[in-house]
Design a protein around this ligand. Structure first.
Ligand code: ZN
Length: 321
């Protein structure tokens, strides 16, 4: 019986419970605590594999994009099942995936915000009213459906020191000059517990590649400014091929201060923002199966790397499977 529920809103509590259940069912999972949020929710990582190639996948950096959380959890479960049964995932022997790669999953970067959007935070609570006060300053943004930030009103994917001042200039120009449901960059880069912890975790893992899951648009962004990352385009093209998503092959000039931007700038290795699914956020959970089907090939290919291909930025080359 499946552990990961893919037909209900993914709250912070359900995410945590699912991670614990997966770790209990499959002893080769490791669980790591990255931090605890301002409102006391844990940000957890689930780790699988023993390989030299390190990859780090994140989801739900944005609150109303929580449908990306069960994508990573389901991937973890299917990989674990296949490892245990000697089976394959996306046509690749699961044992080879976990021998090649160590896969770090951070399925919910913004648990406080997710709980607001999923309705897990009840009207009248301190948390809800604090968010409501922030939202009241931005009456054009639907509440809580339009909420992307954490509950301190900081957009976590505008918090990274990679063109942060540029992001600040752009977002301030759009009126996001104080805590907001979205698009407020914060007082400085890396001021939020979630982003500090994720940046530190990324430095500790030192990954060969990162995937940052967002919704929506069925697009893959792979560039930051004019950084030339060896192998990044070829891998991005493969991601596009296996998913049917569009690789946005022009420099994404309007993107600054995002997690993948910071990763590319700091590590000079491939980093991707995947805009999964199509529609208005939060995407309905009914879209989960299609999103998962589209993205499984990306999740597996990112872990193994292209056969014989460069991982980009360092000397490690994955074995051909
Ligand atoms: Zn997003």
């Amino acid at each position: 019986m499946a552990i990961v529920q893919t037909d209900v809103p993914m709250t912070a509590a359900l995410c945590q419970q699912t991670i614990r259940a997966l770790a209990a069912a499959y002893p080769f999972f490791r669980v790591e605590l990255l931090t605890t949020t301002a409102y006391g929710r844990p940000v957890l990582a689930l780790v699988i594999g023993e390989g030299e190639r390190k990859v780090l996948y994140t989801a739900a950096h944005h609150a109303n994009e929580w449908i990306t959380t069960p994508v990573l959890l389901k991937f973890a479960e299917e990989l674990a099942q296949a490892v245990q049964s000697g089976g394959r995932l996306y046509g690749v022997k699961a044992q080879n995936i976990v021998k090649t790669a160590t896969i770090h999953l951070v399925p919910m970067v913004d648990p406080d915000g997710v709980d607001l959007v999923t309705g897990a935070i009840e009207t009248g609570t301190l948390e809800y009213e604090a968010a409501r006060r922030i939202g009241d300053n931005y009456p054009d943004i639907p509440f809580p459906d339009g909420w992307k930030a954490n509950l301190l009103g900081v957009d976590l994917n505008l918090q990274y020191p990679a063109g942060w001042l540029k992001a600040r200039e752009i977002k301030f120009g759009q009126g996001f000059t104080r805590p907001a449901p979205r698009d407020y960059v914060g007082r400085a880069p890396l001021t939020q517990r979630e982003t500090i912890a994720l940046a530190q975790y990324t430095e500790a893992v030192d990954p060969d590649l990162v995937l940052a899951y967002h919704t929506q648009g069925k697009q893959i962004f792979w560039q930051f400014q004019d950084y030339q990352i060896p192998g990044a385009q070829a891998l991005g093209e493969e991601f596009a091929r296996v998913s049917g998503y569009t690789l946005e092959d022009v420099p994404y000039e309007s993107s600054f201060a995002g997690y993948k931007d910071w990763f590319i700038q700091t590590f000079r290795r491939p980093g991707y923002t995947i805009e999964a699914g199509q529609g208005r956020n939060p995407l309905p959970i009914g879209q989960f199966d299609e999103i998962y089907r589209d993205n499984l090939g990306i999740l597996v290919t990112a872990a193994t790397g292209l056969p014989g291909g460069t991982t980009g930025g360092n000397e490690r080359t994955p074995p051909t499977l």
